[in-house]
Design a binder for this molecule. Sequence first.
Ligand code: GDP
Length: 459
Amino acid sequence: MEHDTIAAISTAVGEGGIAIIRISGPDAISSTDRIFKSSKRLSEADSHTIHYGHIINPESGESLDEVLVTLMRGPKSFTAEDVVEINTHGGVIAVKKVMDAVLQLNAVRVAEPGEFTKRAFINGRIDLMQAEAVIDLIRSKSDRAFSVAKKQAEGVLSRKIKALRQTVIELLAHIEVNIDYPEHDVEELTAAFIEEQCTKAIAEINKLLKTASEGKILREGIMTAIVGRPNVGKSSLLNVLAQENKAIVTDIPGTTRDVIEQIVTINGIPLRLLDTAGIRETSDIVEQIGVERSRDVLQEADLILYVLNYNEQLQPEDKLLLEGMKGRSVIVIVNKTDLEQKLDLTEVEAILDRSVIVQMSMLEEKGLEELENKISELFFEGQLESDDLTYISNVRHIALLKKARQSLQDAIEASQAGVPIDIIQIDGRMAWEALGEILGDEAGDSLIDQIFSQFCLGK
Ligand code: GDP
C-alpha cells in the first residue's frame, strides 16, 4: 500500500489566489507528465525546479488550467518520495477539475488525512514526535505555540529523547554483558553504576516534564474564567480583550446566560476566555443553569479573573467566593475606577494578596496593560521571553516520560534492595521502550494510524 502514488488538495478548501495539489509516490512524475503540457517533460527535468504549463484533460486534450508545477525528487522531499506539486488557480472549480484529471489516470489515488506526513515517518525522514509536531503546527493558535511546534518538528525534542535513550542503553549494555559473560573478567556491575545512570536519566526526564505545563498552556491556551456578580463588567472585559463584540453587553443584570468562549493572545500566550453568567443565588431558572455551569467552569479554570466594582462595597458573596479562591491563580480586577470609590480595598487585601489586584476602567480602557503583564508574570515568571522552545506539550509524550521515570525509579529501588540484575534489566528495558514509543520506534500500527488520522487532508 505504501507504494501507491497518492494525491490530495493541500490547501484549504475555498476561494483563494492559488491552490496546491500534492502528488507523492513512484508514479508522481510520470503521471503528471501525462496531463501536463509544457516545454519540457518533468521526467527529463532536474529536481527542485518549477515549470510553467497547462493541465489538460488526458482524454479530450482540453486545457483545464494554467499552472506552475514544482518537481521534487525523492529522497529530498517532504515524504522522501518523488513529489509533484501543482499550483492551480484558487477556487473550488479549477482545483477540482485538475484533481479529477490527476485521478482519471488510475495510477494515483486520493490520500488519506495525514498520509503524506505518515510517509515521511515511514520512510524515516522524521520521527513520530516530529510528525505530531506537524499536527500542532497546523493547529497552533498563537505565534508562540507555532514556534514551539516548529522547533519540535525540526527535531529539537527528539534529540533530547534520543540522548536519554543513550543513557538507558549504556546501562542495559552493562547489564547484558554481566548476564551473558559472567565467567569473563568483565568489570563487575556495581549498584552504584546502575543508580548513577538511572538518577541521571530521571533528572533529565524531570527537566522535560517541568516544561509540560507551560507546553500545554501554549498549545491549548490558559483556561480563563471571568467571574463576578452581574453588571460588574465581565462582558465588557471580554470585549476589551477580544476587541470585538461577541458577548452581549447590557445594563440588565444576568444577561450573559451561557458560557461563551473566545481565544485571545496576550504577550504571545493564548487565553481561552470563558465568560460566565454572574455568580449569584437567583430564582431565575435559566440563570440558575448558567450559574451551575459557571461553577463547573471555575473548577476547571487555570486562571480566574474576578471582577469587582470600584463604586460598590464588597458583598458577602464576593467575600465567600474570594475566600474559596485562595491558592488558585486569580487576578482581582477592580473595575469602573472612573466612578466614585465605595469599595474598601483593604477588605480584599485581607483575603488575597494585594499583588493580585488590578485597578481598571473598561470604559476608559485603563489598566489593560497592567492586567496583561500580570497574566504573563503569573504563568511564566518572565521565562516566556527565553528562546528555549523545547516544551513537552503532548499528553502522550508526558505519559510515556512518566512511565520511563517510574521504571528507572523501580530499577534504583531494586538495585538498593539487592535484587538480581536480570530483574533490574526488565526495568531498564521498560524505560527504553517507553522512550522509544515517544519517537515511534516501538509504537504499534494502531497507534500510528490513530495519530495520523488527526491530520487534515493533504498534509
Ligand atoms: P457583566 O454583567 O458583568 O457582564 O457586565 P457588563 O460588561 O454587561 O457591564 C455592565 C454595565 O457596566 C454596562 O452598562 C457597561 O457599559 C458598564 N461598564 C463596564 N465597565 C465600565 C467602566 O469601567 N466604567 C463604567 N462607568 N461603566 C462600565
